[in-house]
Design a protein around this ligand. Structure first.
Ligand SMILES: *Cc1c(COP(=O)(O)O)cnc(C)c1O
Length: 221
């Protein structure tokens, strides 16, 4: 299927309120252009700073780039001037480094807290306790150039739908706990990024506001 047809099929199966990040990692800029020009889609996700930087340099300036991979501190400076949303913030140290780079380019950088909801050891992310501690001991107050917009998570790679659903429920629950404790009158804290090609329908049923689709749009990697 053509990229635009795959994209339209997914878009038409998703409620209006749910955003779509087209995950273009490993795919050439020409494929991004196809979706940008033919479907008018402007939100793309990448997981490597250097690859993102190369694409950003040659693609239209109004593309909203989301960073969705494990971000190393020494790479933040490359993407800080233009990144729309860093979805994969997984440590306080990273947050302070992002804040530092955001200050340098006089920006406020929107971020999501990535939670570890899967059973696999390899998936990065906070636990709810770690995030509580960051808020409660006041460490976050000093980060004036960070805007926390919500949460992100990846479910386990399994065909067990019950397990996937329960992991998404955990993320949804974490979002609500944080919303009620720290963001009650802060509408900018609204994003629950969960769901990929194989599990986005379950994620939407469990309250996702933003799905991240790669292979379902661009084909297998
Ligand atoms: C690669 C990736 C995706 C997209 O995965 P698909 O299964 O190809 O849709 C989504 N989120 C993250 C964090 C990824 O690394």
């Amino acid at each position: 299927m053509k990229i635009i047809d795959s994209f339209k099929a997914i878009k038409s199966s998703v409620p209006e309120r749910v955003g779509i990040v087209a995950v273009s990692k490993t795919k050439p800029a020409t494929m991004i252009e196809e979706l940008y020009f033919d479907a008018g889609h402007k939100v793309f996700g990448e997981n490597k700073a250097q690859e993102l930087d190369a694409k950003h340099a040659i693609l239209p300036a109004d593309i909203e780039w989301h960073f969705i991979g494990h971000l190393q501190s020494n790479k933040i400076k490359y993407i800080a001037p233009y990144i729309s949303l860093i979805q994969s913030v997984d440590s306080f140290k990273l947050l302070t480094e992002i804040n530092k780079e955001a200050l340098k380019c006089d920006r406020i950088i929107p971020c999501l807290f990535q939670f570890h909801i899967a059973t696999e050891e390899t998936k990065y992310g906070f636990s709810i306790g770690e995030v509580y501690r960051m808020f409660d001991d006041g460490r976050l107050d000093e980060l004036s150039n960070i805007s926390v917009r919500g949460v992100m998570g990846m479910a386990s790679l399994t065909s067990d739908e019950r397990q996937i659903r329960s992991e998404f429920k955990t993320l949804f629950n974490n979002y609500n706990l944080l919303k009620n404790k720290y963001f009650l009158h802060k509408p900018e804290f609204h994003e629950i990024s969960m769901g990929m090609t194989d599990d986005y329908q379950i994620a939407i049923e469990e309250g996702s506001t933003l799905i991240r689709i790669g292979s379902g749009i661009f084909g297998e990697r």
